[in-house]
Design a protein around this ligand. Structure first.
Ligand code: ADE
Ligand code: ZN
Length: 326
């Protein structure tokens, strides 16, 4: 399905860093990152919590706005090979300037400049969702939310939370989400990946998000599935990520088809593609072969993504055209 244009709503910028790019940067800066790569040069980790450590180690070599400029170019070039025409990426002021608003503005300017370049060269549109990191705690999240509020606008379109779902409670982060909402940002939260249905409910009730990152463990609770369907909550489903990290043992047992058939709005994304040996083209191919989904089923994922994208109306119209849906 490489040829089909695609939209993805759930992509961590650092998590999308090609290992070769990170190894190159580590060499330039004389940082020893050998422990996080296998003999073939791929990222290596043992479970989700080790994945978070490896992710943060790889991210440690990204220390300047120029590094993020190069990263953004590398990531978007990769995405365009799958014919991704629109992506929303999670950006973390924690990693970009240590949550200092002035420094964050410099990182953001560099990322935007690279995104503009990629749009004119590859036709891919990028927008940013500022993301706090749950296991860094609520105090740091408030500083992250301030960075988000200060730079909310036409390009920074949303606010979210990633990281260890087992750390703290969504309500600990209500203040930050309220600040982001008041600044006009749209809201999403990682939930229902490592936490069960109660975690998804808490994200909806305490953070008042309109999209859920993953959300797939909602399948364990029929009443919650009904609520998601009735309220039109959009799930940013990342099946390849879930299988690679062991949330589900294999593609046939992944609940995306059951959620869709129950009326839940589902979209598909890669999360951290090189960590999970995936691409958007690969995700679409696996969905087609596992669930016998036809091109129309895959196009429906794109339509849901376009409708749920946090971009402005004019960008959505452009996106619909690029996705051949209008
Ligand atoms: N950060 C990067 N990838 C993540 C994931 N799958 N879950 C939570 N936090 C993340
Ligand atoms: Zn994620």
């Amino acid at each position: 399905m490489t040829g089909l244009p695609k939209a993805e709503l759930h992509l961590h910028l650092e998590g999308a860093a090609p290992p070769l790019f990170i190894r190159g940067l580590a060499k330039e800066k004389s940082v020893d990152l050998s422990g996080i790569f296998d003999a073939a040069g791929h990222y290596v980790y043992t479970d989700f919590w080790d994945f978070l450590k490896v992710y943060e180690a790889a991210t440690s070599v990204l220390t300047t706005p120029e590094d993020y400029h190069r990263l953004t170019l590398a990531v978007l070039e990769q995405s365009s090979l799958s014919n991704v025409v629109y992506a929303e990426t999670f950006l973390s002021p924690d990693f970009c300037g240590g949550r200092d608003v002035g420094a964050w503005r410099e990182y953001l300017a560099a990322i935007r400049e690279a995104a503009d370049h990629a749009e004119s060269h590859h036709g891919i549109i990028l927008r940013g969702i500022i993301t706090c990191i749950r296991h860094f705690g609520p105090e740091k999240a408030r500083e992250t939310a301030l960075c988000a509020a200060e730079t909310a606008g036409d390009w920074i379109v949303g606010f979210g939370i990633a990281g260890d779902e087992k750390a703290g409670e969504p309500k600990d982060f209500s203040y930050s989400f309220d600040m982001a909402r008041e600044a006009g940002l749209r809201l999403t939260a990682h939930a229902g990946e490592w936490g069960g249905p109660e975690s998804v409910r808490a994200a909806l009730d305490d953070l008042k998000v309109e999209r859920i990152g993953h959300g797939v463990r909602a399948i364990e609770d029929g009443a919650l599935v009904e609520r998601l369907a009735e309220d039109g909550i959009v799930l940013e489903v990342c099946p390849g990520s879930n299988v690679a990290l062991g949330v589900f043992p294999d593609w046939p047992s992944h609940p995306i088809a059951r959620l869709r058939d129950a009326g839940v709005k589902v979209t598909v994304s890669t999360d951290d593609p090189p960590f999970f040996h995936t691409t958007m083209a690969h995700e679409f191919d696996r969905l087609a072969e596992t669930f016998d989904w036809a091109e129309d089923d895959l196009k429906a994922l794109n339509r849901t993504a376009a409708e749920a994208a946090f971009c402005d109306a004019a960008t959505r119209e452009t996106l619909m055209t690029k996705l051949e849906l209008s």
